[in-house]
Design a binder for this molecule. Structure first.
Ligand code: FAD
Length: 403
């Protein structure tokens, strides 16, 4: 595998780098570094303005086909854009769900009307989306979705509760997985429905996280309404569409994250050099291990994306997710150990965290969202190692108290 940029990719990298340098100036100079994990509320207005600026200049949705307003950038250039974006310390993107999840799903499964109506506002950064999949009893076991939708007078009427809905408090629309066949069970009889958030039947309640901030929310649908033609794919066939969306989750973006991880690791190495704890033999080994594993992560991610023109295939995607999520969680723990007792002191009262504390607390979430570590291990066990399928535990046994 040749990891050097081809002449076309090198030219693209230079163009992307120059554009970011020239544009993260003036009103956007203050946007640098805003909105990292655990700080998603930071600088919303400025970041929204930046998002629209990116959209107007053709720097959102770079991987979308040209006919839908993207650049049709090959995988290598999508990776480069993500790397350069993070390297420039540009602010965290605000429409990750629209650009990365719903857009590609609509391109694959949407009607012409749905594409006409939604793709441009996503691309221009003027319409924000959230993902309404998880429910109190349907997280890892997503097929247990209970939120229901019924057709009444030409509209879907939606009732139920979603949870952990990232960015719902800022979103204009939500793609909601609903049960449309009341007789159905499991993954049958579900539909993938687009629902406007700004209406009386939708209530969003932010959930306070370990970091003290609220990225995700509970979302209550109480006879919320949406038009009958806003089902993506066929009615009752939403499971297929929902899985397609999941496959788009965290594709090339991870290469940008790796640049950010490297920055975090460099900061922790710097702390270890300065406070002398880098002399501790156990910490030295863990720091070196972190550096080596990050290098492996980058190489393996590049390998998994080589020759791929869409989402990464499931077993490879699971290996990658398990690896980077565990790496990042371990880095948070390492950061605390490098700081020693200083790790207990925040940046300011009442709840302002230092960067290492924020990494430590937020990275717990990495091993949960997008499929928990345990679920990724199940997939690897069954699909890569050919182990027998995990035993199905009856629901009653799951809730029985331990004797
Ligand atoms: C930061 C963050 C953002 C999120 N954003 C969104 C969002 O925008 N939209 C959305 O719909 N959801 C979102 N989620 C929800 C996420 O998809 C779920 O948290 C995840 O699927 C796990 O579901 P759960 O929390 O219900 O845990 P559960 O499924 O109840 O699992 C609890 C524990 O049991 C383990 N477990 C469960 N089943 C098995 C099994 N079969 N074998 C072994 N172990 C098992 C899990 O690994 C976990 O440790 C987000 C989560 C986080 C942390």
């Amino acid at each position: 595998m040749d990891l050097r940029d081809s002449p076309e990719d090198a030219a693209f990298r230079a163009e992307a780098r120059a554009w970011l340098e020239a544009n993260l100036t003036g009103e956007f100079a203050d946007a640098r570094g805003l909105g990292r994990a655990g700080l998603q509320h930071e600088g919303r207005e400025l970041r929204m303005a930046w998002e629209r600026h990116l959209g107007m200049q053709g720097w959102t949705c770079v991987g979308w086909p040209v006919e839908y307003g993207g650049r049709g950038a090959p995988m290598s250039q999508q990776v480069i854009w993500n790397e350069e974006y993070v390297r420039a310390d540009a602010p965290a993107r605000v429409n990750v769900m629209g650009e990365g999840l719903l857009g590609p799903t609509l391109i694959a499964y949407g009607t012409d009307d749905q594409k006409r109506r939604f793709l441009n506002p996503i691309r221009w950064g003027t319409q924000l989306w959230c993902q309404g999949y998880s429910e109190p009893d349907a997280g890892s076991d997503l097929a247990n979705v209970q939120t229901k939708a019924v057709l009444e007078h030409g509209q879907w009427v939606i009732t139920g509760q979603k949870v952990w809905t990232s960015y719902a408090q800022w979103s204009d629309w939500c793609f909601v997985l609903c049960r449309t066949d009341p007789e159905s069970t499991r993954h049958h009889g579900l539909s993938y429905i687009l629902v406007p958030m700004d209406q009386a039947g939708v209530e969003v309640r932010p959930i306070r996280q370990l970091t003290g901030t609220s990225e995700f929310n509970e979302v209550f649908f109480d006879r919320a309404r949406t038009d009958s033609d806003l089902v993506v794919g066929e009615v009752d066939d939403g499971w297929r569409v929902a899985l397609a969306t999941l496959a788009f989750e965290r594709g090339v973006g991870i290469l940008g994250d790796i640049v950010g991880f490297r920055r975090e690791l460099d900061h922790i190495l710097d702390l270890a050099r300065k406070n002398g704890r880098g002399a501790n033999p156990v910490l030295r080994k863990r720091l070196a291990d972190a550096w080596i594993r990050l290098f492996i992560l980058r190489l393996n991610t590049l390998r998994s994306l080589t020759g791929v023109d869409g989402p990464v295939a499931p077993p490879q995607a699971s290996i990658s997710k398990l690896f980077w999520a565990t790496w990042h969680r371990d880095l948070g723990e390492l950061a605390m150990d490098v700081l020693g007792s200083d790790a207990l002191v925040g940046a300011a009262l009442p709840y302002e965290l230092t960067d290492p504390q924020r990494i430590f607390l937020f990275s717990r979430a990495d091993t949960i969202y997008g499929g928990s570590n345990q679920i990724q291990r199940n997939i690897i066990g069954e699909r890569v190692l050919g182990l027998p399928p995990e035993p199905k535990v009856p629901v009653a046994a799951k809730v029985a108290p331990a004797s």
